[in-house]
Design a protein around this ligand. Structure first.
Ligand SMILES: Cc1ncc(COP(=O)(O)O)c(C=O)c1O
Length: 355
């Protein structure tokens, strides 16, 4: 089957590009002397995770417990669930942790107290806020060391280490110096905390950082033991705007049909449920190419649920390929992702759904 024969809208991943991206980040981790624990929320497909973990270390990062169950079923036994543990899922996580090496995140005294009270053996990571201000403890607040001590004093808890994520790196469009500064801030926040913990007699084994933008630009990870980028395996227009990939590195796209041709405008069958409404850098909802890879003079400026609204007019155009703003959201929206090599469809995989 060829790309042109696929039912639209559909998501396709170019496996040659996926493999190239996976190899490049694995080589970067090797060069920096850290292990790579890729975040698989980008695709939610074990086949892709295997391409990302070619070496002896097979650890992965997930964003949902559903992903943890699914990847465990497919042979992954070292999994970090990189979301602060919701108390309503503690029992289920503890049950899974009896069968595999599952690490959970803690960043509040309330969650730590629940884990202590539950008396279930668990592996835990202390989540640190390195400036993103989404989750994590303030590493400069003495209360963060108290929280670490609470976790370490519980015999049934195995504190793996500290973990952080510099999501604020996504704001560095056209700002390579700012991006490098955030990558160093991400590293320094956890490395400094680890040194202070060591000094306080609270040493641990692992120091984990990572986002695709920061892992792409960082040149020295002394003191860090692992990185957790995820998006790099597909990349997208957001990463392109940050300068950490080229158009040719974007592996995921959405194939859509032209379902309306009007003077000066067109309608495509890829709406918000095929592309997501992630605004990216505010330059439209995707870049539009023909199936031969030529970029078209079409601006995808609006999305309703199933309609994509484009300015431009290309007589006779039937199908297009759209590079998305945010590939992780696109992959999570589609029931299957087709794998292609060149023009040929060579397989299809279903991302795991739900939480
Ligand atoms: C905790 C955590 N680690 C790692 C990542 C991977 O970052 P990226 O998607 O930039 O590769 C994410 C992404 O949101 C995350 O939340």
């Amino acid at each position: 089957m060829r790309i042109h024969d696929l039912p639209t809208p559909c998501a396709v991943m170019d496996l040659d590009v996926v493999e190239r991206n996976a190899e490049a980040m694995a080589a970067k981790a090797d060069a920096l002397g850290v292990r790579l624990r890729p975040h698989v929320k980008t695709h939610k497909i074990p086949h892709v995770a295997r391409l990302q973990t070619p070496g002896p270390f097979k650890g992965i990062t997930v964003s949902t417990l559903a992903e943890a169950h699914h990847f465990a079923k497919h042979g992954f036994t070292d999994i970090t669930w990189a979301l602060p543990l919701p108390p309503s899922r503690l029992a289920e996580a503890a049950e899974l942790a009896e069968r595999i090496d599952l690490g959970v995140l803690v960043d509040t005294p309330a969650t730590a107290a629940r884990l202590v009270e539950a008396r279930r053996p668990m592996r835990v990571w202390l989540k640190i806020d390195c400036g993103y201000h989404r989750a994590g403890v303030d590493p400069t607040d003495p209360a963060s060391m108290d929280l670490l001590r609470t976790l370490m004093e519980a015999d049934h808890l195995d504190v793996r280490g500290v973990l952080t994520h510099a999501g604020h790196s996504y704001g560095c469009k056209d700002d390579p110096e700012g991006l490098l500064a955030i990558a160093r801030q991400e590293r320094d926040a956890v490395v400094d905390f680890a040194a202070r913990a060591d000094h306080a007699g609270l040493g641990f084994r692992h120091v984990s950082v990572g986002s695709t933008p920061t892992c792409s630009v960082i040149d020295d990870l002394t003191g860090v033991t692992e990185i957790r980028p995820g998006n790099y395996v597909f990349f997208d227009l957001h990463q392109l705007g940050l300068g950490v990939c080229a158009v040719e590195d974007i592996a995921l796209s959405v194939v859509a049909s032209v379902i309306g041709q009007h003077m000066g405008r067109m309608v495509l069958d890829c709406g918000a449920l095929a592309l997501s409404k992630d605004p990216g850098h505010g330059e439209g909802y995707g870049r539009v190419f023909d199936l031969d890879g030529e970029e078209l003079p079409i601006a995808l400026h609006g999305l309703s649920q199933e309609h994509g609204l484009a300015k431009g007019y290309v007589p006779g155009l039937e199908k297009v390929r759209v590079l998305p703003n945010h590939s992780c959201l696109v992959a999570a929206l589609h029931p299957v992702i087709y794998g292609v090599r060149g023009d040929e469809v060579v397989g299809q995989w279903a991302p795991v759904r739900g939480w």
